[in-house]
Write a protein that binds this ligand. Structure first.
Ligand SMILES: *[C@@H]1O[C@H](CO)[C@@H](O)[C@H](O)[C@H]1NC(C)=O
Ligand SMILES: *[C@@H]1O[C@H](CO)[C@@H](O)[C@H](O)[C@H]1NC(C)=O
Ligand SMILES: *[C@@H]1O[C@H](CO)[C@@H](O)[C@H](O)[C@H]1NC(C)=O
Length: 391
């Protein structure tokens, strides 16, 4: 716990300093990127879904710091836009489920009904509030069966602040931001220079130095996956950045928000062969890969095999420790679920609400190679020695 608060204080100081001034790309000398423990790339990625949100309210500074402390390879976030065009980390288009908005009487008259992805939704919408107004709210835990002690403690953070949490971590930690609800955001938020949500999103990543293809030197320094459910946004963003992208795939009943395609259509061999020109992988809901029957696992589909045959990674979502999310085959044991998905299905990354659990599982079953660790540490020392001695 001590280490956690220590890091929190440093980052909070950095973040408060950051929000006073115009955010500028931090200097590489400040970040010391070359001397941090590198991203592990020898085993499937531990993707901290909305931070360590199984423990701490989602998408807050504290949730991300906890995930980093617990061993996340990537911290994951949903990006939305405010009324005044700032990009923030927030999952729902409405504030109702995860903030104290209902207690803010000054905003009582802002409740609206909008059509979002072909459904009418009522609530307080992120797009009707300025960043300043959103910063006056406090975030709370989404689920009643999770720890409530952090409710009211943390603010909504910006995309910039989230990036800085990763960049200032004491080891290399990747980011995994989702361009969330792009059709809805572009309908409701207008930028004065005529740019779109996708432009602002990629410009932010470029500003902080995120670039380079999967596994390139640039990528390994600042690892990034861009994710979206909207294929046309992924294709559009491909013209602006060669950073790796992941195509998210919803439930079998949901059509794509932009191209109105069915699940069968976007998971066909033909479509996967098309989309792989723009993405390095897919992110399907786990229950569509292995559809359950009466809360037991049914026979797995061939989606993972077909994706791998096309050299596409598969990063399923979302792994959660609680009994209510574990199919009965797993006997209420999240480790057995990880064993199944990593050992039998064979996926390349997992979105988890409980980074610590996945990390402990992987440390037991696929520990960081000892020799590699020693060799890296020695190499680092030698690099310092050579530098210091001026050879
Ligand atoms: C709203 O206010 C009530 C009454 O003061 C309090 O019990 C509740 O916890 C508050 N809700 C949130 C989300 O802060
Ligand atoms: C949403 O509500 C409006 C107004 O009542 C209605 O015209 C529209 O058809 C509804 N849309 C959906 C998707 O239900
Ligand atoms: C989406 O496709 C379905 C199935 O073809 C069709 O019924 C529906 O009208 C389409 N929606 C839009 C908005 O085009």
């Amino acid at each position: 716990m001590a280490a956690f608060w220590h890091i929190s204080i440093i980052v909070l100081v950095l973040l408060s300093r950051e929000s006073n001034a115009n955010p500028a790309a931090p200097q590489h000398s400040q970040l010391d990127v070359n001397h941090r423990k590198p991203l592990q790339t020898f085993r499937p990625y531990n993707i901290a879904h909305r931070g360590s949100n199984g423990e701490i309210p989602e998408e807050t500074t504290a949730a991300y710091l906890r995930a980093i402390e617990e061993g996340a390879d990537f911290i994951e976030s949903d990006i939305l836009a405010t009324k005044d065009g700032h990009l923030i980390c927030f999952h729902d288009v409405t504030l109702d489920a995860t903030t104290d908005i209902a207690n803010h009487t000054e905003f009582a008259d802002r409740k609206r009904t909008y059509e979002v992805e072909r459904q009418n939704v009522t609530g307080w919408f992120v797009v009707d509030f300025t960043l300043g107004e959103l910063k006056s709210l406090r975030v709370k835990q989404r689920y009643s069966f999770r720890d409530q002690q952090y409710n009211g403690k943390y603010q909504i953070i910006t995309f910039d602040e989230y990036i800085l949490i990763a960049l200032y971590a004491d080891r290399v930690v990747g980011i995994y931001p989702e361009l969330k609800n792009p059709i809805f955001i572009n309908e409701h938020v207008k930028w004065s220079d005529g740019k779109k949500f996708e432009d602002r999103f990629v410009e932010t990543l470029l500003k902080y130095g995120y670039r380079g293809e999967y596994m390139s030197q640039d990528w390994l320094k600042q690892p990034l996956f861009i994710q979206s459910f909207a294929p046309s946004s992924l294709v559009y963003m491909s013209k602006m950045t060669n950073s790796p992208k992941i195509f998210l795939i919803d439930d079998t009943t949901v059509r794509t928000q932009d191209t109105n395609q069915s699940y069968d259509d976007i998971t066909s061999n033909g479509y996967l062969a098309f989309i792989r020109k723009y993405v390095v992988g897919i992110g399907p809901w786990k229950d569509t890969i292995v559809p359950p029957l009466d809360n037991y696992l049914g026979p797995p589909t061939d989606l993972v095999a077909r994706a791998h045959a096309l050299n596409l990674q598969v990063h399923p979502y979302t792994f959660r420790n609680e009994n209510v999310y574990l199919h009965l085959d797993f006997h209420q044991d999240p480790y057995l679920e990880y064993e199944y998905w990593l050992g039998e299905i064979g996926v390349d990354g997992l979105f988890t609400d409980f980074t610590g659990t996945l990390h402990r599982f992987q440390e037991c079953t696929a520990p960081y190679p000892k020799n590699q660790k020693t060799a890296e540490a020695l190499l680092q020392k030698i690099t310092y020695m050579i530098k210091d001695s001026g050879y």
